[in-house]
Design a protein around this ligand. Structure first.
Ligand SMILES: CCCCCCCCCCCCC/C=C/[C@@H](O)[C@H](COP(=O)(O)O)NC(=O)CCCCCCCCCCCCCCC
Ligand SMILES: Nc1ncnc2c1ncn2[C@@H]1O[C@H](COP(=O)(O)OP(=O)(O)O)[C@@H](O)[C@H]1O
Ligand SMILES: [Ca+2]
Length: 526
């Protein structure tokens, strides 16, 4: 929402001088102002030396000035920081302007003032620290945001710190600099901490979770950055930093993944078995290649062309608006998310939990090349429309995509359609369902000893087969790719996380099911 107060810079005693024009008017919504600084015209600069001295003629005529930094929209959902400097004849008037703008900014309560930042120095192209120092930290300083920065030293460092040690009361939000794996660490750390503090057991699939009050900001510095891309519309660190500064928020769906009633993980983007599980398992051994490891392993996995037998059971979401084949796309303020989210508000018991719910479970047995559950579009630079282009960020559903065994040629056609305007679901061997819950059981039971071996990274016969494309037999199991982390269990139960209690604010109203808010609405703000 735009703040009603607008700074109209066509005040008669002011003259805009930043681009050599005189007397032009300039409207900036207060909600998009990042900072305001008084300028000492005589010395050219008052604050940080960024502002160039004005030409002698104009400084003589207008000895007082202030600079406003604000958000400017650039191409393809990118945001940039722009400055405009205003000159004035009277010092008191200049100060009045600066003070008024500052007061307006202080009144914006959704803006963070203190942030806890975790940087993964090994994510993506290993540029996390550089990206943060060069592109993000200066913007936080400009916006007077104080930060506590932790560069992680090992995997799960951020998750464990958030879960046990971090003094969360001191912060208005947490920020991760990395990819989807780092975001996942944040979600797990924050959700566990919140449940533990409130005495809620995460293990029970029926348990309602207490929502987290802190928002998570993502500075993209990973390999896929799908969560950032799908929420903001682009994976650009400066754009994300600006969304964080202005206090934007977007609720998002969270799925919980269980195995035999034991909680395994949460997922917010992709849960993929078969193709995406195999790509991930192969690519983990090639981290040194950076983001290109996914293309290499993707090509290799495409050639192996393994299918997996099993049974998928799911509970279709029949009480909602929207389908996975819609042409509309989910954006900030999405009507469908608002409507469907209200089905879960305090006054409404979710219909599918009622005994008379007419949807019922559906069961599909078969041989699958891929089983994907996309809780959001999963748009990313490789596929700007994503795995399920019409999926919603916070509607309380996930899109279950089943790709049955087909020829290599047809599977390639299906994959290629993720990168073009053609519909990847419009193929006889592909089906898509919008679901509340689903379950997968592989045809052959996985023994506990087999699971132990997989968890400990030792190879089984089936995995040895997987590594030899020439071998024609398909292994019995794949693994699940859960937001880029491998789950060794083939049999899983998945459900949208339900949130207990009051709707916190209008952002959470979008989805009372959602436990996590990110700092990033999609593209244009409403
Ligand atoms: C022929 C080209 C086909 C392109 C098909 C592209 C479909 C891409 C959809 C990607 C969905 C990604 C969902 C996001 C998952 C992430 O959470 C997760 C973790 O991200 P992080 O590393 O930042 O922490 N990322 C991933 O699991 C990576 C999945 C990437 C899959 C890339 C697949 C490339 C396939 C290339 C096939 C090539 C066949 C060529 C035949 C001639
Ligand atoms: N300091 C660290 N050293 C090694 N691994 C780390 C570190 N910090 C985080 N990780 C782990 O790195 C993995 C990948 O992180 P991510 O930021 O998603 O990058 P990418 O997108 O390249 O996969 C995650 O599993 C995360 O837990
Ligand atoms: Ca969703």
């Amino acid at each position: 929402m735009h703040h009603p107060f607008k700074v109209g810079f066509c005040f008669p005693k002011f003259l805009r001088r930043d681009k050599g024009e005189s007397g032009t008017s300039h409207g900036v919504s207060v909600s998009e102002i990042l900072a305001v600084r008084e300028l000492d015209v005589d010395s050219g600069t008052k604050d940080d030396g960024r502002w160039q001295k004005m030409p002698q003629k104009s400084t003589e005529a207008y000895p007082y000035a202030f600079t406003v930094s604000y958000v400017e929209r650039a191409w393809q959902h990118r945001w940039r920081c722009s400055d405009v400097t205003f000159h004035c004849l009277e010092g008191a008037l200049c100060q009045q302007w600066v003070q008024t703008i500052r007061e307006q900014l202080t009144a914006l309560t959704s803006r963070p003032k203190h942030l806890l930042v975790y940087i993964n120095p090994y994510g993506g192209k290993q540029q996390g620290e550089r990206i943060y120092e060069q592109k993000v930290a200066p913007l936080f300083t400009l916006a007077s945001i104080s930060t506590h920065v932790i560069v992680t030293e090992h995997a799960n460092h951020a998750r464990d710190h958030l879960r046990t040690e971090a003094e969360l009361k001191k912060y208005d939000g947490v920020v991760c600099v990395g990819g989807d794996g780092m975001f996942s660490e944040m979600v797990h750390g924050l959700v566990s901490r919140t449940q533990r503090d409130n005495g809620v057991d995460q293990n029970s699939p029926e348990e309602k979770l207490v929502p987290c009050t802190l928002r998570i900001g993502i500075i993209p510095a990973g390999s896929t950055d799908c969560i950032c891309y799908a929420t903001v519309g682009i994976n650009d660190p400066v754009t994300s930093a600006l969304h964080i500064i202005v206090g934007d928020a977007q609720a998002m769906d969270v799925c919980s993944v269980h195995h035999n009633n034991t909680f395994l993980r949460y997922s917010v983007s992709l849960l993929g078995y078969g193709f995406y599980g195999d790509v991930l398992a192969d690519s983990e051994r090639k981290r040194w290649m950076g983001p290109a490891r996914y293309d290499f392993s993707g090509f290799k996995t495409f050639l192996t062309h393994h299918y997996y037998e099993g049974t998928v059971s799911f509970l279709p979401a029949t009480d909602i608006l929207g389908t996975p084949r819609d042409k509309t796309r989910c954006r900030a303020g999405c009507f469908i998310c608002q409507h469907n989210g209200q089905l879960y508000s305090e006054d409404h018991q979710p219909l599918f939990l009622l005994p008379e719910y007419k949807g019922g479970w559906r069961v599909i047995r078969g041989k699958f090349l891929a089983i994907n559950a996309a809780s959001m579009s999963c748009a990313c630079p490789r596929s700007p429309k994503g795995l399920s282009p019409a999926a919603h960020l916070a509607d309380g559903t996930t899109d279950l995509i089943l790709v049955r065994k087909c020829s290599r040629f047809n599977f390639l056609r299906h994959l290629l359609r993720h990168t073009s305007k053609y519909d990847q679901f419009d193929m006889t061997f592909v089906e898509v369902h919008r679901v509340r819950r689903f379950r997968f059981t592989p045809r052959y039971c996985q023994s506990d000893s087999e699971l132990d071996l997989r968890e400990n990274g030792k190879k089984l016969f089936s995995q040895i087969c997987r590594d030899h494309p020439a071998c024609s037999c398909s292994p019995a199991y794949s693994s699940w790719n859960c937001d880029g982390e491998i789950l060794p269990h083939a049999a899983i139960e998945v459900g949208l996380v339900r949130i207990e209690g009051k709707i916190l604010d209008e952002n959470l109203l979008q989805s009372a099911q959602t436990g996590v808010k990110v700092h990033l609405p999609f593209g244009q703000r409403p």
